[in-house]
Design a protein around this ligand. Sequence first.
Ligand SMILES: C[S@@+](CC[C@H](N)C(=O)[O-])C[C@H]1O[C@@H](n2cnc3c(N)ncnc32)[C@H](O)[C@@H]1O
Length: 198
Amino acid sequence: MSAEAPVYRAGRRRGIDLLRLAAGDQVMDIGCGTGLNFPLLQEKISPSGTIVGIDRSAAMLKQARRRAERSGWQNVILIEADATSLTPAEVAVSITAAGGRALSDAVLATYALSLMPDWERSWLNMRRLLKPGGRTGVVDMQRPVGRYSVLTPLALLACRLGGADIDAHPWTAVERDCNDVASSSARGGHLQIRVGTT
Ligand SMILES: C[S@@+](CC[C@H](N)C(=O)[O-])C[C@H]1O[C@@H](n2cnc3c(N)ncnc32)[C@H](O)[C@@H]1O
């Protein structure tokens, strides 16, 4: 199972806090990878809630499944799908077939949209799988600013190695399309967090 890079933990924790999840909520994690968000999400939703993890990589989902099994979580639904090209109605059917609800209370994407050249399509799909009034969170990276800008070469290298576009700035969609937007940043502005209501 892949280890958490400490630099990114602050962003995921803050994003999940701002989602204002409650016990029993269903939260969808787009580009969930190995499930690094899952322990923090579980703390908020309790065993009566549901996590729906979506990723296009079978290898990532295998690790996420192993994480859920090792932790004894019975409330994790994993779906292999490309977030940019999935059909929301089909995904909703898969979720209900697995015991979840068609629409989620919250949708989250951490360090994932910047890997998707057509992330606007994913953003649209995320919102179609969200219930009216639900919360949407985006946590992603940009070039460090201010005194942290000396770390820019490192940040660029990390993004290049991970296949992310550091200049994609997908959180701007939350500012553009949501209400009641909460903003935060960490690591010298390298991590940007936006959560809003749809
Ligand atoms: C850098 S990892 C981040 C994983 C996780 N969200 C986290 O915070 O640790 C990006 C993940 O996005 C997934 N991904 C990239 N493009 C995708 C797409 N078009 N549809 C679904 N998943 C995608 C990758 O397979 C990978 O697991």
